[in-house]
Structure formats: structure tokens, C-alpha cells
Design a protein around this ligand. Structure first.
Ligand SMILES: [Fe+2]
Ligand SMILES: [Fe+2]
Length: 388
């Protein structure tokens, strides 16, 4: 009897299929830094444009993967069901509605990719798509079904939800994200067709191991692809700075004197970039950015009234604190460092820190950070978090 004729309850309680689903849900793929970045809304539109330009090669190749599994499938009923998937992918009677085209509309409309046909794919992208196709072409029918159902279609709703949150995080409106919406709703059905196919082989020797290996192969290939995208994004973000370092050109050229020298002022200049007062934490301070022509440094003047503290916080950038006025202490993780005018304190990356003014006069210190480097290099959640 074909599995398609089994009642749904028999199919869903199949214990080995449940185990395969558990492995799918807990696969290390879900810990990809790229997926974490989507969930945190860490990507700019330029980042997303790069990510989804690379992903285009995969998206437009998708019907090739289905066709390859179809060619290996010896059951004419399953082939006809797979042809339904292909028909959906192809937009049915409306070629303009084929998924590859809807994806291109997203690239041009939402991400401003001028010409998707001119995208330069990285070699790691070509490699990923080639490996994916080879797996579908060479797989035994049951492994091919597992590769495409558990390892591919079955992860789409969860993966595309994460991508959607990243796209929304960059301010893209939902009406330009149709590609993701239609897949979140339709790929469950496609996965089911393939899962029925996979279950029809369940009695064969080695079935479970073959399915588990195919599932792992599909998710591992995709995890490697995502890791490559993530690494390339970091390099791309830093590339302009690296080029200027290699360029040997003075960046002082054409820069006005006011951007090279900042004159001492006892009073705040009024250019406050950040300030906070929290009575119960004894927090009260202001931060001004010094408007100098720095590329990666970000010097700031911090003022703390007598007896007050700034926030206890940590961040991705490192900071050198130089005390100009006032006495007190700087907390760095579990260290307490007494300070007076002329002292400098190094706050390494991610160290929890706070400056406390213990004197009777205002404290003033220069905080020089590499914020403009760290901000570009770091892809993740908020770079700066404060304990309130
Ligand atoms: Fe699709
Ligand atoms: Fe800080």
C-alpha cells in the first residue's frame, strides 16, 4: 500500500520520522551567525542587498533541484506530485508569477539591485549551488526525497521568518517581501509531498540512516554557505577602511583646521550626543562627541557632576579614558581603579565599566574609542547596552 493512502495519524506518529524532525529542528545550522543577524535586525540594506544577491543563484536554481530528484524517482505517482511543486514554482499559467521572477522583483524593488542578471556570484555561492544539484542528481530516491523535504522545503517557513525579521529590521515594507510570505505559507505542502515520498521507502533496509545523512548533508551545505556570506559581509564592511590604509594617502588633505584640533572648553559645548539621569542608580552625566576628522576613533568628552556616576555598561568598542578634571574611580569588570587628573584607564572590549565621580567638583574625561571601526566590523545585537 502506498503511504499516500495511509491515514494522516499513521504518518505523523511514525517514530523514526519524528526523530528525523527532531534532528532537523536541532541541527547546528540554526545557530548560523547569519540567521542570528537576521533575528537581531543587525543588517543594513547594503548588507541585505549583498546577502540576497548571492542567494539569487540558489533561488533561481531551485526548479533544477526538484527536477533532479524527479528524474531519480521511480514512482510515477510521486513524479506527478513533484510536477505540481514544479508547476507552483513556475507560476502555473502565469510565467511572470514564477518564484524566481518574484524573487527578482524583490531584489530590484526592495533592495535596489539594478540588474539581477549582472550579479557577480562568489565562488562559494557557485560551489554551494553545484553541491546542492549534485546531491539531488546522485541521491537514491529515498535520500533525494529526504534531502529536499527535511533538508530543504521543510526548513523554509522557520528560516524565512527569520529572514523576514531581518528585512523588516532594515525598514523594508511587507508589500515588497511577497517572496517570503508565499513561501512561508506554501512550502509546508511541498515538504509534505516529499515527505510522503520519503515514507514510502520506510520499509527498506538502511532507510533511517540514509534519510538522516541526506538531511544533515543539506543543512550542512547551507550552513557553510551562510558562514561564507557572513564572513564576506564583515570583509565588505571594512574594505573601504582597509583600502585607505593601503592607499598611503594623507587623510588630512583638504580637512579644515577645526576638524584637526579641538580647543579646550571648560563648559559643555552644547553638542550633547547622549545624556542620562537615573536617580535611584545615582547616574547623571553627559557625552559630547569631538567633531574631529577621525576615521576609526571616536573621541568623546564625558562630564559627571560631583558625587554622580555614569552608567554601568559594556560594548563592542574598546575605550581609553583620560581624566582631565575630578577624582574618583573607574570600575572595570570586578576591578576598582582609583583615578585623578592626568590618569588614563584602558577599558577593553566587552568589559563592564562605570566611572564614578567621588569628588566635590565636576569630573571631566576624554573617552577615546574605536567605535567607528567596531561598529562596522561587528554584526550582531546592539553594540552598546546599559544596565538601568
Ligand atoms: Fe519557490
Ligand atoms: Fe563605555
Amino acid at each position: 500500500m502506498s503511504v499516500t493512502q495511509l491515514p494522516a495519524s499513521t504518518r505523523t506518529v511514525h517514530p523514526q520520522l519524528a526523530e528525523l524532525h527532531r534532528r532537523q529542528a536541532e541541527h547546528p545550522f540554526w545557530s548560523s551567525k547569519l540567521l542570528a543577524g537576521f533575528a537581531q535586525g543587525a543588517f543594513s540594506k547594503a548588507d541585505l542587498s549583498y546577502i540576497f544577491s548571492q542567494y539569487h543563484l540558489y533561488s533561481k536554481s531551485f526548479t533544477r533541484f526538484i527536477a533532479a530528484v524527479m528524474a531519480n524517482c521511480d514512482d510515477d505517482l510521486f513524479r506527478s506530485q513533484l510536477s505540481e511543486n514544479l508547476w507552483d514554482e513556475g507560476g502555473g499559467c502565469e510565467p511572470d508569477r514564477r518564484h524566481a521572477q518574484i524573487y527578482r522583483n524583490f531584489l530590484t524593488g526592495a533592495l535596489g539591485v539594478a540588474d539581477p542578471a549582472a550579479i557577480a556570484y562568489e565562488s562559494y555561492t557557485h560551489n554551494f549551488v553545484r553541491e546542492f544539484l549534485v546531491a539531488c542528481l546522485r541521491a537514491e530516491p529515498m535520500a533525494g526525497a529526504a534531502f529536499l523535504s527535511l533538508g530543504t522545503e521543510g526548513i523554509v517557513p522557520r528560516m524565512y521568518q527569520l529572514m523576514l525579521s531581518g528585512l523588516r529590521g532594515a525598514g523594508l515594507p511587507d508589500d515588497q517581501l511577497e517572496f517570503f510570505h508565499i513561501h512561508i505559507s506554501c512550502d509546508d505542502e511541498h515538504a509534505l509531498t516529499l515527505e510522503n515520498m520519503l515514507l514510502s521507502y520506510a520499509g527498506q533496509p538502511g532507510w533511517f540512516d540514509a534519510c538522516a545523512a541526506a538531511l544533515d548533508h543539506a543543512l550542512t551545505l547551507r550552513a557553510e554557505f551562510f558562514a561564507n556570506i557572513f564572513e564576506a559581509l564583515q570583509v565588505r564592511r571594512l574594505a573601504p577602511i582597509l583600502a585607505r590604509m593601503q592607499g598611503h594617502q594623507s587623510l588630512a588633505r583638504g580637512v579644515p583646521d577645526e576638524s584637526l584640533v579641538h580647543r579646550a572648553t571648560a563648559a559643555a559645548t552644547g553638542d550633547t550626543m547622549y545624556a542620562n539621569k537615573v536617580e535611584k542608580l545615582n547616574v547623571d552625566f553627559t557625552v559630547e562627541r569631538l567633531p574631529v576628522a577621525a576615521e576609526v576613533l571616536d573621541p568623546r568628552m564625558v562630564r559627571i557632576p560631583a558625587g554622580k556616576f555614569n552608567e554601568k555598561h559594556k560594548h563592542t568598542h574598546e575605550t581609553l579614558i583620560h581624566i582631565i578634571e575630578g577624582t574618583g574611580q573607574v570600575l572595570v569588570d570586578d576591578r576598582v581603579l582609583a583615578v585623578r587628573p592626568g590618569d588614563s584607564v584602558m577599558v577593553p572590549r566587552w568589559a563592564l565599566h562605570q566611572t564614578q565621580n567621588l569628588g566635590a567638583t565636576e569630573m571631566r574625561f576624554l573617552a577615546v574609542t574605536d567605535y567607528n571601526l567596531s561598529q562596522r566590523a561587528y554584526l550582531g545585537d546592539a553594540t552598546d547596552y546599559r544596565l538601568r
